[in-house]
Ligand binder design. Sequence first.
Ligand SMILES: *[C@@H]1O[C@H](CO)[C@@H](O)[C@H](O)[C@H]1NC(C)=O
Ligand SMILES: *[C@@H]1O[C@H](CO)[C@@H](O)[C@H](O)[C@H]1NC(C)=O
Ligand SMILES: *[C@@H]1O[C@H](CO)[C@@H](O)[C@H](O)[C@H]1NC(C)=O
Ligand SMILES: [Zn+2]
Length: 416
Amino acid sequence: MYLKFVLLLACLSLAKATNQVRYDNYILYKVHIKDAADLQLLNENEKALMLNKWRPASRPGDSADIMLSPQHHVAFESLLHSHNVSYSIKIDNVQRLIDEQRPKQRMSSMEWTQYHTLDEIYAWLDLIEARYPHVVTPFSIGNSHEGRPIRGIKISYKPGNSAVFIESNIHGNEWITSATITYFIDELLVPRNPAVRDIAQNVDWYIIPVLNVDGFSYSHNVERLWRKSRLSSDPTGECVGTDLNRNFNYRWMEAGASADPCSQHYAGPSPESDPEISQLTSYINNSIPEGIIKIYISMHSYSQLVLSPWGHTAEEFPPHYPQMMGVAKGFADAVSRRYGTPYSYGSSAATLYEVSGTGKDWAYGVKNITIPFTLELRDRGEFGFLLPPEYILPVARETTEGFVGLIQAARGINVL
Ligand SMILES: *[C@@H]1O[C@H](CO)[C@@H](O)[C@H](O)[C@H]1NC(C)=O
Ligand SMILES: *[C@@H]1O[C@H](CO)[C@@H](O)[C@H](O)[C@H]1NC(C)=O
Ligand SMILES: *[C@@H]1O[C@H](CO)[C@@H](O)[C@H](O)[C@H]1NC(C)=O
Ligand SMILES: [Zn+2]
């Protein structure tokens, strides 16, 4: 009986593994863009060589991280050579890193030494909700397209605090974000140093560890690099998913978003077309007292950046831009103190690339939240989305210190 059960489990996990999309011998290149012609070269060959841009470049001087299948290596490298474009190979076999992220033995408890599934994260939320009932208030903003609850917690030690709102893993493949934010939650509940105790007790924290629950589950079960939601708005039925961080109702589809359902940056057929976003914004509108949220943070990876509005234009800056940069500096300086990890900061259009319909721009443009950031955690493209699990603790620790610096800087200018 017992043996049968074990065998059944073995078969199930085998079946699960064989259904997964594989990336054997896919290569991740870092390509150095020296001028507009290089950018154009990449754009012209995107379709033919099936360039998968993990990180697009937007301007000369920048570099792009691009994944290619084994069938296209030779053509791609000779294209780059013939146009004098310099490049290096960052990952020589993407599948190897994917395999290394799957623990040989799953730990049900959270130790931040491996990446956890949604079920494991939710089981942990159950645990802390039961253990810290006076501090933790669970909430759910509703269900995802595929029917999974989208859970969050509010951490509050006393009435009268201003609040920080954090959404994480809005992109399914950015596993380091929920790994980091769950560690941060643990720190807020059992502060190990006085500075963390201070920001735990004197600020209310609304945190959704995994916003894109469908995309995150799909990334675990089927396609490790899955970014978007799982709602199909494609009339042909060929392509699935909306880029949820292009789906907010502010300057929707103005820049850096795509109307093509097959694009990684598909903004959806209309603003808030996806339930994950419409329910997030109505939760913020209707369930959190107006004006209480002073800081909005959208957790992403990778690039080591603090990005502020605006996304749609690099020509204009929001009225609170100087305050935003002061707080971004507070974060960046504190992060670098521990392991020397460098962060850059600026508006997303001026620093990374143009983008619209994002959470942070909505938070500022619609909700008047003074400090709205996208955080791009480690790294800068050595491993990209496939940051090995031994980096979880360092990233989580330095980000916790970054949050301390961020809150202190915000207090310094009376935002909190
Ligand atoms: C390529 O770069 C090399 C060295 O930087 C230079 O000598 C050569 O003229 C360049 N070729 C083209 C086609 O730009
Ligand atoms: C949320 O509130 C803003 C104004 O604060 C409003 O423009 C927007 O339509 C509201 N959205 C939802 C989904 O309730
Ligand atoms: C945000 O600020 C603008 C300009 O000061 C104001 O017109 C708008 O009503 C404010 N919106 C909210 C939701 O407070
Ligand atoms: Zn992202």
